[in-house]
Design a protein around this ligand. Structure first.
Ligand code: GDP
Length: 535
């Protein structure tokens, strides 16, 4: 078992990056992500009153046209970043879009975090979306801290929940706290390693918890009358003896999750969780680039763009690239190099975000997320450095599952349509394919809701009312080959099935899996891929 007292962040605190904890919350809708976010921010002193996140979002939504879709459907389309400090650490919490149609965006957001909190509803256990998001984390070996929420209501048996995590996610579990009572009898959490009982955790310093004499402490007879104390003691005994002990290395490698219980709405377990993030969650991890691994502690600034958001503020028509700083220090006014073009890029107005509010960032360190205003220079997947020619890997694009032609209601505006589609594609809202035979552009999306967002935004931001028409294609695949001549031949032979994507890379479109298979079998030297790694 890892001795938690030896995991000392104080020594590392000298380096600003070592104090950073950049994480996301993954959960199924309704498990309590928003509530927990509010409480974490409240603990970090970032907001005065819990409830402000929601209130703020509401205010913004009413003032912003293209947010209409969010408001109507009660989903969050925009990724926002929330930064707060607690106990010497700087926490960057990246909000992930809530709807499953936005899996591509969510995936990219998860490329920018070092750990994740998985929130589970104690009555429901692992739900579909939690599982999907977890799988994305697993692909990147992102360490997961589990928070079992709503213990103040009727819950499933905790061992049952632990077992479900272990079996459905193939992830070892190590309970770190145990709920003292459940449902209406729930009174707090017991830290299993330190025997600290924490009752209501309002976030003030006075509530550091109370040392108890293990689960046998007489206090539990008072707290849990009518025999509930016996059940509690049995459970804690079983949890201590029967569950895997916490192992920091296994956690950091993504094989084991420490589990915390609580009720975010009533401030229980939140402090246990935030302490765990500070103590256990990793500081910014080394990031892999094409030529070498980039360590967070390296002196030179590097970073990658994982999201573009245009027209966040309709009054300014600006475009913000969200960049994760991977190493070194970003200072306002510095000249970075945009590796894709080789050109210098002055960082005159880097910004920090708080939900949807922003402020100028004078400096930022590895693990921080900064917004870089630009007019289309930056794209998803771009690498910025202080001169070195490296490219970060792993910000992918997925083959669309729906392909449509965009039908313009006013044919006079064809040029404007092309520009608008190009912008939306650069932002990652849709993918854009330009057929080789000169036919009108085709847009591709992973989820149908993306089409609604496109329609809404085209109208609100570009005054272009559009509709979508089915096209003869259902599948798109990026094609490549070592044999350049063969690739050229294949491309030239099928101009009506070929298109270029936004970067000019060749895409083969097929009407069905059957025709794709047919063509692929006849061109063994060509590889067909449904994922494209931005280079
Ligand atoms: P999200 O969809 O994951 O962001 O979930 P919310 O934070 O909006 O919570 C969904 C519902 O569960 C809301 O009505 C919350 O008030 C409620 N809720 C959240 N946390 C708790 C909790 O710890 N206990 C109880 N009883 N209700 C909670």
């Amino acid at each position: 078992m890892t001795d938690l007292s030896t995991i000392d962040s104080a020594a590392a605190a000298a380096a600003p990056h070592a104090r950073r904890r950049t994480f996301a919350i993954i959960s199924h809708p309704d498990a309590g992500k928003t509530t927990l976010t509010e409480k974490l921010l409240y603990f970090g002193g970032a907001i005065q009153l819990a409830g402000e996140v929601r209130a703020k979002a509401g205010r913004r939504q009413t003032s912003s046209d293209w947010m209409k879709i969010e408001r109507q459907r009660g989903i969050s389309v925009v990724t926002s970043v929330m930064t707060f400090e607690y106990d010497g650490h700087v926490f960057n919490l990246l909000d992930t879009p809530g709807h499953e149609d936005f899996s591509e965006d969510t995936y990219r957001t998860l490329t920018a975090v070092d750990s994740a909190v998985m929130v589970i509803d104690a009555a429901k256990g692992i739900e579909a979306r939690t599982k999907k998001l977890f799988e994305v984390c697993r692909l990147r070996d992102i360490p997961i801290v589990t928070f079992i929420n709503k213990v103040d209501r009727e819950t499933r048996d905790p061992f049952d929940l632990l077992n479900e995590i272990e079996t459905t996610l193939a992830l070892d579990v190590a309970p770190m706290t145990w709920p003292v009572g459940r449902g209406r009898e729930f009174v707090g959490t017991l830290d299993l390693a330190s025997n600290t009982l924490r009752r209501n955790q309002k976030g003030d310093e006075s509530d550091a918890g109370q040392k108890v004499d293990g689960e046998d402490d007489k206090l539990f007879d008072e707290l849990l009358p009518h025999g509930a104390a016996d059940t509690f003691r049995e459970e804690v005994f079983l949890a201590r003896e029967g569950c895997k002990p916490f192992d920091l290395e296994a956690f950091r490698e993504g094989h084991l999750t420490p589990v915390y219980f609580g009720a975010a709405l009533r401030d229980y377990g939140v402090r246990d969780l935030i302490d765990a993030l500070g103590k256990l969650a990793p500081s910014p991890r080394a990031q892999s680039a094409d030529k070498r691994l980039i360590e967070a502690g390296e002196p030179k600034m590097t970073g990658f763009v994982f999201k573009i958001q245009a027209n966040m503020d309709p009054n300014h028509r600006d475009r913000i690239a969200f960049m994760r700083v991977c190493s070194g220090k970003l200072s306002r006014g510095m000249k970075a190099k945009l590796v894709r073009t080789g050109k210098p890029l002055p960082l005159n107005a880097p910004q920090f975000f708080f939900a949807r509010d922003r402020s100028i960032a004078e400096e930022a360190f590895a693990g921080d997320i900064v917004g870089l205003p630009n007019h289309g220079t930056l794209r998803i997947g771009d690498t910025l450095t202080e001169g070195e020619d490296i490219v970060f890997r792993g910000v992918p694009s997925f083959a669309p599952e729906i392909l449509r032609r965009v039908k313009l209601k006013d044919a006079m505006k064809a040029k404007k349509l092309r520009e608008a589609l190009q912008q939306m594609a650069e932002e990652g809202v849709v993918q854009l394919f330009l057929p080789h035979d000169g036919a009108p552009a085709i847009v591709g999306v992973v989820g149908a809701l993306q089409l609604d967002v496109l329609k809404e935004r085209m109208e609100a931001e570009y005054s272009l009312p559009v509709d979508f028409e089915p096209c003869q294609f259902a599948i798109a695949r990026w094609i490549s080959s070592e044999d350049k001549v063969a690739l050229q031949k294949f491309t030239a032979a099928k101009p009506s099935s070929m298109a270029d994507d936004l970067d000019g890379d060749p895409v083969f479109m097929a009407s069905s899996q059957f025709t794709l298979k047919y063509d692929a079998e006849r061109a063994p030297e060509i590889s067909f891929s449904d994922v494209k790694d931005y280079q």
